[in-house]
Write a protein that binds this ligand. Structure first.
Ligand SMILES: NC(=O)c1ccc[n+]([C@@H]2O[C@H](COP(=O)([O-])OP(=O)(O)OC[C@H]3O[C@@H](n4cnc5c(N)ncnc54)[C@H](O)[C@@H]3O)[C@@H](O)[C@H]2O)c1
Length: 420
């Protein structure tokens, strides 16, 4: 390619403002990528992005092209615009899918059919068959698809993966994962799409820790049961606001996964999260304990400038922060940025490989390395999400996952004549 990849971000919501756009601006500043366009359903979120003081201060002189344009009336919906924008892109640039979970499939497939490399926020899709379709379409065209499971890039996850695979803990046997997002999320755009029939807290954020246990251990999940607690968003729509899941792994290990949209706004946070894994060794046990909530930095602000208006906060310097550097403005640091950078660099590596055969071979190496999540190396997540959705809609009924390559499937445990 004679010039850097241009990037079309589809979705201009919270994840785009908090992580994707600042990371892309840094990559643009380093001349890793070219022009950035952000497309949203309406011009409203794009105006908020363009006027975001933190982003403007960190990246002086940088801007994105808004689609629809900022002058468009904010109440005018343009659900089809992203398709037209993809159709206009020259081949093999990059599309970022940052829309609600249930729309990922449509955006990713549209991008691949338009011959674009893809970065998709997690979870890739909600059905295993769709992940297989995406994998096949990308392979056929020699395109790269990366799934943004940024917790993989947290240094503690990488250390744990290496140590686990060296046998330093023994075999994972019992674990506990928790991620409770702030209460104030209920007042965001979430209330329009985080509804009973579409998603739930496990599907939204529990998947991070399920992916992490797989990333660290290499074990595959074989059964999921998930129960939810229903509640109303401020606009009256009903969603699962809390969920409690149990995942059984192929070696018999169990992981409980607690999720919700309800960490108190005024508590030190911004959220609550962490992972504990107990492991069996020879006449002793091993343990991995990651406190992802209090990472050791606690600040008390004079004004309530913390997330949710709080004064006292556990500040995580690890995920994503804009910090002073020796260049203009501020630079992003943390595993969120590392993850975006790794996916963009992967797409560039595949693109630079050359002809179709070479691009396929380059993408296969990334699949095999298993660090950046791809449809080929992370589709256990789609099986888990599919099982979880089936389970939560049946009030916690256990759903098994049968691993059989492309024929893998999920079904209720008692449908197989087993115990309930
Ligand atoms: N920790 C994480 O990894 C993390 C965190 C937050 C969100 N996410 C994921 O990111 C995705 C988006 O979440 P969010 O928090 O930004 O949601 P959000 O509700 O704040 O934003 C969604 C955006 O999608 C846009 N959109 C909807 N339909 C569209 C269409 N037809 N064309 C173009 N744009 C359209 C909306 O305009 C909005 O800007 C979800 O899949 C979520 O699971 C991941």
């Amino acid at each position: 390619m004679s010039r850097n990849m241009d990037v079309l971000v589809v979705g201009g919501g919270m994840i785009t403002a908090d992580l994707i756009l600042p990371s892309l601006y840094q990559l643009q500043r380093k001349e890793v990528i070219g022009e950035i366009t952000v497309c949203a359903l309406t011009s409203g979120p794009l105006r908020a992005l363009a006027e975001n003081q933190e982003i403007r201060g960190a990246f002086p002189g940088q801007a994105f092209t808004a689609q629809p344009p900022l002058a468009d009336p904010p109440e005018k919906n343009r659900p089809e615009l992203f398709e037209q924008l993809i159709a206009r892109m020259p081949p093999r640039h990059l599309v970022v899918a940052a829309v609600p979970d249930q729309m990922h499939y449509a955006v990713v497939m549209q991008a691949l059919r338009g011959n674009q490399h893809v970065l998709c926020v997690k979870p890739l899709v909600l059905r295993h068959a769709q992940a297989l379709e995406i994998e096949a379409e990308a392979r056929q065209r020699g395109l790269f698809v990366g799934v943004e499971y940024h917790k993989r890039f947290d240094r503690r996850s990488l250390v744990a993966r290496r140590d686990y695979r060296m046998g330093r803990f023994g075999a994972f046997v019992m674990g506990d994962a928790k991620l409770i997002e702030p209460y104030y999320y209920r007042h965001s755009n979430f209330q329009n799409w985080f509804t009973i029939e579409s998603t739930d807290p496990f599907t939204y954020i529990g998947c991070h820790y399920v992916d992490l246990v797989y990333f660290i251990t290499g074990l595959r999940p074989v059964e999921v049961s998930l129960a939810g607690v229903r509640g109303k968003f401020p606009n009256g729509k009903e969603g699962f606001l809390w969920s409690s899941g149990r995942v059984r792994w192929e070696n018999g290990a169990l992981l409980s996964v607690t999720n919700g949209l309800g960490y108190p706004d005024l508590a030190a946070g911004s959220n609550d999260q962490g992972l504990v894994m107990f492991c069996e060794g020879s006449d002793r046990t091993g343990m991995i304990r990651h406190d992802d909530h209090n990472r050791g930095a606690a600040y008390a602000y004079l004004d309530g400038i913390g997330p949710g208006g709080s004064h006292y906060n556990y500040v995580s310097p690890d995920f994503f922060r804009l910090v002073p550097w020796d260049g203009k403005g501020l630079k992003p640091v943390g595993y969120g940025f590392d993850s975006i950078e790794a996916i963009v660099e992967s797409a560039r590596r595949v693109e630079a490989a050359g002809d179709l055969g070479a691009r396929r071979a380059s993408a296969a190496l990334i699949d095999e390395a298993g660090i950046v999540a791809t449809p080929a190396n992370s589709s256990i997540n789609e099986l888990v999400v599919e099982a979880a959705r089936m389970s939560i809609l049946a009030d916690g009924r256990a759903v098994t996952i049968e691993h059989d390559g492309p024929a893998s499937r999920v079904r209720p445990r008692d449908a197989q004549g087993g115990k309930s």
